[in-house]
Ligand binder design. Structure first.
Ligand SMILES: [Zn+2]
Length: 86
């Protein structure tokens, strides 16, 4: 049995993730606590990521290149439609 340092519960070794364990040292946190922490970390980072993307899209040169891409896409669609018709 190992004790989780986060929730303080005594749990069997199977409740502790093994990949994080290096030789000799015992895992500190149980799987529950690790998955909870990872979920929180992901939520935090996702917010950071979307914020960065929003700022990136606001840049004028990015906006223009997106427009170019749309034009290109439309043009390609037209080409495809033409080849399908023949
Ligand atoms: Zn725990």
């Amino acid at each position: 049995m190992n004790q989780c340092r986060k929730c303080g519960q005594l749990k069997p070794a199977s409740e502790f993730s093994r990949h994080a364990v290096s030789k000799g040292s015992r895992p500190k946190y149980c799987k529950d606590c690790i998955s909870k922490r990872e979920k929180l970390w992901r939520i935090k980072n996702f917010a950071k990521y979307t914020e960065a993307m929003r700022a990136y899209r606001k840049r004028p040169e990015v906006h223009e290149s997106r427009m170019d891409y749309q034009r290109l896409y439309r043009w390609r669609k037209q080409l495809e439609a033409r080849t399908d018709g023949s």
